[in-house]
Each structure stands twice: as structure tokens, then as C-alpha cells.
Design a protein around this ligand. Sequence first.
Ligand code: FMN
Length: 184
Amino acid sequence: MAYREVAIAKSLKLIEPGPLVLVATYDTVNDRPNVMTISWTMAIDWDGGIALTTGPWNYSYQALMNLKECVVCIPSASLVETVVSIGDVSGEEVDKFERFGLKALPARSTKAPLIDGCIGCIECEVEKYIEEYGIFILRASHVWIDDGCEDKRMIHAIGDGTFKADGETFDCRHLMADKLPPGV
Ligand SMILES: Cc1cc2nc3c(=O)[nH]c(=O)nc-3n(C[C@H](O)[C@H](O)[C@H](O)COP(=O)(O)O)c2cc1C
């Protein structure tokens, strides 16, 4: 499978649906990439702004703070058990790329890698950390999608340990054309 770079504006189509994501970081202490699962994310503007919720209770936090970058990857529904399991162990003790058979691909502008086999990946810089709420504000720097990814269904967390995959699509563009920015 191969990633193709697309415009920053396309990051909205990866984040706006509210998928369960994998956040890859680079752990300079163990000198290896790490990855965590995150369900609390949000698009915050049209220019690749993304908010995600985490904090010092996770090992990835220190890597996010140290290098001020990460890669947000959107896994497909066929990976749901792996994605949930990734969120159940800490990279402090375990090389999660090795444990879960993940392939790290070099990114363009981050030391954190792209994760092979996802619907898309967004290289991001950390703009700000809002400590009071444990919210990272990220800015996309490069956006990648894999047209060859066979399962394009995103995963959605329900909040009780159950998950849903994307289902029906409704094309309502004709009802909101004036609200759609160019390039999305
Ligand atoms: C389905 C699922 C969703 C999760 N969502 C979040 C989240 O939104 N924010 C967060 O901080 N942790 C979340 N976690 C927990 C982290 O993924 C988990 O603590 C992970 O082991 C952290 O890895 P690290 O210690 O290597 O950073 C989630 C876990 C699962 C299984």
C-alpha cells in the first residue's frame, strides 16, 4: 500500500467524522516510535487545526511535549481489535510497533512515523497545550491518504467499549454548498 500526499484542507475529511485515531510519536528516551489510541479528537478550523485530548497520565505526552509533533493516523474498521489493544498498553514498557506488527514509514516533516495500512495519516506540529483541559492543539503539515486501502470504513467509539464502523453516506453537498471551503 502507498500513501499519496494531498492538500492540507483534506485533513478535514479525515478528522471531521470523529474517528478513533492512532497518534504516533517519537520517543527520544527509548529511541523508537510509539503509538497511542485516541477517541477524543476534533477539527477546529479549515486549515488543518486539530484538537486532541491527552495528558501526563500517558507516556506519549512527554514525546508530544519534547518534539512538539506527532502523526495522527486513521485506521480502518478491520483493525479495530489492534487499535483498542494499542490503547491498553504503554510504550514506556513495550515497543508497540513490534508488539502489534505495525510498519513505520518515514514522514516528511516529523520524526514520528506514518503507520502503514491506515486510511490516511496527518503529520502535525503541536501549537499549544491547554493544561487545564488536557487538550493539544495541532496543526497539520502534511496529509497522506492511501487510495489502495481496501477497507475505508472509519471506527467510531461509542464510549462503553463498543465501536461502530462507517455505514451509509448521504450526499447533501447541494444543501450546503455555500458552507464548503475550496479543496475539501
Ligand atoms: C478506545 C480507546 C480510546 C482512547 N482514547 C483516549 C483519549 O481520547 N485520550 C487519552 O489520553 N487516552 C485515550 N486512550 C488511552 C490511551 O490510548 C492509553 O492510555 C495508551 O496506552 C497510552 O499509551 P502510551 O502510554 O504509550 O502513551 C484510549 C484507549 C482506548 C482503548
